[in-house]
Design a protein around this ligand. Sequence first.
Ligand code: HEM
Length: 510
Amino acid sequence: MEMLNAIILILFPIIGFVLIFSFPTKTLKAKTASPSNPTSYQLIGSILSFNKNRHRLLQWYTDLLRLSPSQTITVDLLFGRRTIITANPENVEHILKTNFYNFPKGKPFTDLLGDLLGGGIFNSDGELWSSQRKLASHEFTMRSLREFTFEILREEVQNRLIPVLSSAVDCGETVDFQEVLKRFAFDVVCKVSLGWDPDCLDLTRPVPELVKAFDVAAEISARRATEPVYAVWKVKRFLNVGSEKRLREAIKTVHLSVSEIIRAKKKSLDIGGDVSDKQDLLSRFLAAGHGEEAVRDSVISFIMAGRDTTSAAMTWLFWLLSQNDDVETKILDELRNKGSLGLGFEDLREMSYTKACLCEAMRLYPPVAWDSKHAANDDILPDGTPLKKGDKVTYFPYGMGRMEKVWGKDWDEFKPNRWFEEEPSYGTKPVLKSVSSFKFPVFQAGPRVCIGKEMAFTQMKYVVGSVLSRFKIIPVCNNRPVFVPLLTAHMAGGLKVKIKRREQCDSMYI
Ligand code: HEM
């Protein structure tokens, strides 16, 4: 086996080199728009251009989409799957809603995450997806889940997040705020999904093995998609070498740990258990009679979907606020009118300015930068772009948030006011605009819209409000941070900050 590994490892780059350089490649070529010709740009055979831009795909695609008359491009790579990338809201509506059944995630996508997520809701199509969606949607509309989640948030913020930040103030430490928010979100999503507390917000303790395993598994699974030749990761997986070997080990840790938690939960449910033990998603799925493996896949999907998304959005918002004092002051004004005993559920509903800030941060830095489906049959997008069965079709929230045609000339400004019907003025209750989810598909849209959207806003408003009313967050470095996409986006190198206590803290709330 060792010998075989060595032979393939030597042969693979050679074969790759020959494949890439033995075919003529063309650089970007614009097609003239006409009714019979799609109004999209086409990149033909340009594996070299792809490779050259591999480290800056977000920017490359965004620039090309701006040049395209209908904000749609077609990438045709030699040996690769044809990919259509769109930032056009009408196309997005067609893909995510109007012709939803023609755009499943598809096997090429579910293969990438299949080892980790199995047939969980996040990684399935058809009947397998639909039955999980029905059950989960039912649970997510239940008041009991909302109350349970809010209680978890309150505990995690009051007993862990605030003390961690207070101690950083007292010691004058520099803190990686992205890491703090990630650990916070992991605790919350595990408590909601599994009824299990990983207790990882304590920065003095090493990151728990399960958290590390989730990080490794998510990162390597996502990197599979960026291999220029799709088969590379499959060969590595077959041989169990390199990153695929690390992935296999990480997935084993995740599966074993979650299975152990499920067995313990089943035992506690069998013997009656405490009622508070039964409010998490795991207990709800077990009560619905699903098998152990199906439940395991489902809860892992929820953890994956809910763990880094909220922390990514908040990390970027805190950075944007540090650059926009006037916006931060307006959030503080909104908080000033809230009760003295901490934020309540009703207070959160009224925090429309904070919600606008979150939306504006996610417009520029969406936690899920792009997302792909695969055409089940030939089709034509509303802008005239033809699709063949099997084509990869990507809608692109990152590019959409940066299109003048979608957001106007001031698209690059951080302007929460754009989310209101009218400029909010002091003393009046601002009304949020209803913005099409196909223009802002940060939570996806249509039948597969993010199931945790409301939970996410509750969590983010609660954290932003609780932190800002007590502390000023000051980045130690003034450079613009780098946005890294992967499965969920993050800030390269984290967000290193100093934290100051606000003087008026006591007069706001505890
Ligand atoms: C800012 C926070 C969040 C953002 C931006 C976000 C975004 C998204 C997006 C873009 C999708 C579609 C992904 C795809 O189909 O490939 C999705 C799906 C999903 N999200 Fe979220 N999400 C967030 C928070 C959460 C939270 C907190 C949870 C739950 C704990 C959650 C649960 C899910 C689930 C279960 C799905 C799969 C839905 C389905 O396929 O039917 N999300 N989310």
